[in-house]
Design a protein around this ligand. Structure first.
Ligand code: G3P
Length: 217
């Protein structure tokens, strides 16, 4: 399963990229609004750091506007993926952009039928939001299982990109269900690294080693 980071912050991306664990990046208008500077420059910089798929989202809501913005985003760098919201206009824009060879990530997916329709128009990725489904008292991960099954049944090339990830259990479940990609906020990636027994174990190894050196001296 590929790991993307869900942030527009260059410093956070640099820190994770240097560990060698990052396959790509996803951004959205809320995340980009937190960063200062021209968003195109930021996306360009991110592409140079990660050299993998980087999703940049359109803010237009009409088909022509999404296509225009999508072309601009795609022109930033060869690694750019154009993110469009799942609306009828978004589906139409996805079809046009995909037919031009642009990779499209259809976002704000909350049902299996939405994912299926996006796959039909050539989306490279669909982004189901599991955390936001959990927030309204449903089980977000059930949607991932449904989409993976449907895409497997019909051999759609569209990748399932699990988004709105809130904790490492989402990551584990996504991997077990065979999702193609999980995009995590940096805090969740940090949690994936951590285990108190690792810290305690390392401390004990080092203490025992130090003690033995003192005895030998
Ligand atoms: O980038 C889309 C998605 O991951 C947003 O997550 O936490 O705002 O629901 P969240």
């Amino acid at each position: 399963m590929k790991l993307f980071v869900d942030t527009g912050n260059v410093k956070e991306i640099e820190a994770l990229a240097s560990l060698g664990i990052l396959d790509g990046v996803t951004t959205n208008p809320s995340l980009m609004a937190r960063e200062s500077g021209d968003y195109r420059q930021i996306l360009k910089q991110i592409c140079q750091i990660v050299k993998g798929p980087v999703s940049g989202e359109v803010v237009a809501t009409d088909t022509a506007g999404m296509i225009r913005e999508g072309r601009e985003i795609a022109a930033i760098d060869e690694h750019m993926v154009v993110k469009v919201p799942f609306t009828k206009q978004g589906v139409e824009a996805c079809r046009t952009l995909a037919s031009e060879g642009t990779r499209v990530n259809v976002t704000l997916i909350f049902s299996a039928t939405q994912a299926w329709l996006a796959a039909k128009v050539g989306a490279s990725y669909v982004s189901p939001f599991v955390g936001r489904l959990d927030d309204i008292g449903t089980t977000g991960m059930t949607l991932i299982r449904e989409i993976v099954d449907i895409f497997d049944n019909f051999e759609y090339a569209t990748e399932v990109l699990v988004a709105s990830v809130r904790h490492p259990i989402h990551v584990v479940e996504a991997a077990r269900m065979g999702a193609d990609v999980v995009t995590c906020p940096p805090a969740v990636i940090e949690q994936c690294f951590k285990h108190p027994l690792t810290d305690i174990g390392l401390e004990k190894f080092l203490k025992d080693w130090e003690k033995a050196q003192g005895v030998k001296a």
